[in-house]
Ligand binder design. Structure first.
Ligand code: SAM
Length: 253
């Protein structure tokens, strides 16, 4: 059946088997017993995941693609396709330390999906995601030039870039290069209030070009003493510096 890709659902289907095989070699499949795929589409990656014979769940929002997938893999008893918007799924229910989450993510909601996975009480071995290169760079863990998303990532775990995939590997061809990333969570309770931490980050990165003292003023903390140089820009601070701001913020709310 001919499928007309829907731009509104970020449908850029993988069409290059060499890259699909390369994606699979990067995953820790021997350690996994379960797989989730976000947005299996017409099953390009799913075909290969099916051959692993692991317990598989695919969440596809497009009902036409969902029924194509159901037909295509009807002989595979270990595979289930759920017609749902991944952003509304209670992922906690699927937690397992032997679970790998795959996804060539719809570019329009890829950051929302990554944030949901980081923020929710959802345990897994690793996520292997394909996202736009620019988006990957914002999330990827780094030692310097941090931004709000890379700090949120560091709060919960790490995201590393694995390799790039050119637009030619997809149909339709996107305008930009994609990057395969690995997301791993540390599942540690930091004993901090995450909502307050987000407020601190939002205020501090409201004007990333300005010095951190502008953010401190927005939080009514301009009179406080901090161990870091308040003339630095927010991108020059490390996670622990933001925890110091968080503690000061929580003392005055
Ligand atoms: N996995 C396929 C591949 O690599 O060829 C398709 C990837 S395509 C970039 C993104 C897929 O995610 C599409 O099949 C699209 O319908 C699906 N999708 C978009 N928004 C979604 C959502 N909110 N929940 C679940 N699936 C979604």
């Amino acid at each position: 059946m001919k499928i007309k890709p829907k731009k509104s659902l970020g449908q850029n289907f993988l069409r290059d088997n060499t890259f699909i095989e390369k994606i699979l070699t990067c995953a820790n499949l021997p350690k996994a017993t379960e797989i989730i795929e976000i947005g299996p589409g017409d099953g390009a990656l799913t075909n290969y995941l099916a051959s692993t014979n692991k317990k598989f769940r695919g969440f596809e929002v497009d009902s036409k693609l969902h029924s194509i997938l159901n037909n295509k893999f009807s002989d595979n008893n270990n595979m289930e396709f759920i017609n749902a918007d991944i952003l509304t799924v209670d992922l906690h229910k699927f937690s397992s330390e032997k679970l790998i989450v795959f996804g060539n993510l719809p570019y329009n909601i890829s950051s929302q999906i990554i944030l949901k996975i980081l923020e929710e009480d959802f345990i897994f071995l690793e996520c292997i995601f394909l996202v736009q290169k620019e988006m990957a760079e914002r999330f990827i863990s780094k030692k310097e030039k941090q931004n709000k998303l890379s700090l949120i990532t560091e709060y919960f775990g790490t995201i590393h870039g694995i390799f790039d995939i050119p637009p030619e590997a997809f149909h339709p061809k996107p305008k930009v290069t994609s990057t395969l990333i690995r997301l791993v969570k540390n599942n540690e309770d930091r004993g901090l209030n995450y909502q307050n931490f987000k407020i601190v980050l939002t205020k501090c990165f409201a004007n990333p070009r300005k010095k951190i003292k502008a953010g401190l003023k927005a939080l009514n903390l301009e009179m406080e003493f901090f161990s870091f140089d308040i003339n630095k820009r927010p991108e020059e601070l490390v996670l622990e510096d933001f925890f110091e701001i968080l503690r000061a913020y929580e003392q005055q709310i």
